[in-house]
Design a protein around this ligand. Sequence first.
Ligand code: HEC
Ligand code: HEC
Length: 188
Amino acid sequence: MKNPKPILTLLFLCLSFVAGTALAEESFAEWLFTLDRMKEVRPVDNDNYAEECGACHFAYPPGLLTAPSWQKLLAPSALEDHFGENAELDDVTLAEITGYVLTNSAEKSYFKRSRKIARSVASMDEVPLRITEVSYIKRKHHELTDSMVADNPDVRSLSNCNACHTKAEQAVFDNDTVKVPNFAEWDD
Ligand code: HEC
Ligand code: HEC
């Protein structure tokens, strides 16, 4: 490249523009925080979903599974026998929740971790019924032992994301935010 100056100038202008708009609308810290959040999964932002699907367990953000999995899970006949429990919903609530979940499923999300989940699911032979069956999620937990999960009275199941992921409610699953109850390791 003979003369990099015009490109540098352009880059500088772009950067100042981005920083400028960011500063105008929110604090720089908030702007950075938003960027950081985009690495993760979109947090749950639907009251009906949070209430109905958070009644028995952590309300899983829709960006943790792809649409075919959600469709299987939310079929009325499937909800009647939902992992051995009856999680039936009235038609109106079910329609709203289904719409919300399908609009925000992993393959439609721009959040980085959702994209990884969507890619992982695409490489699987079957449509997973569980987040904990997604190859990417399984891989991330392969070091965990029974004493940390099934036999741990404060965890019991890998499905209880929020037992170990201290920022699960904000849909943040980063390694830095993990604390396995009763284990000093992964406590930082
Ligand atoms: C009546 C209680 C109950 C309600 C209500 C309920 N669930 Fe569940 N759900 C369960 C149980 C029990 C499991 C299995 C947990 C385990 O294996 O530890 C489960 C598991 C799941 C899993 C798989 C988690 C994993 O292992 O990856 C998903 C996804 C899920 N539920 C979504 C939903 C959605 C969406 C709703 C709302 C329509 C909902 N649940 C409502 C009881 C419930
Ligand atoms: C028994 C505790 C425990 C439970 C329950 C659990 N996790 Fe984890 N998770 C961990 C640990 C430990 C790691 C790896 C941390 C490390 O390597 O430093 C991890 C890693 C991850 C990562 C990778 C983070 C990164 O920075 O790459 C994701 C994503 C994740 N978990 C999602 C989930 C989801 C979603 C659920 C629920 C369906 C869940 N986890 C349930 C303990 C748990």
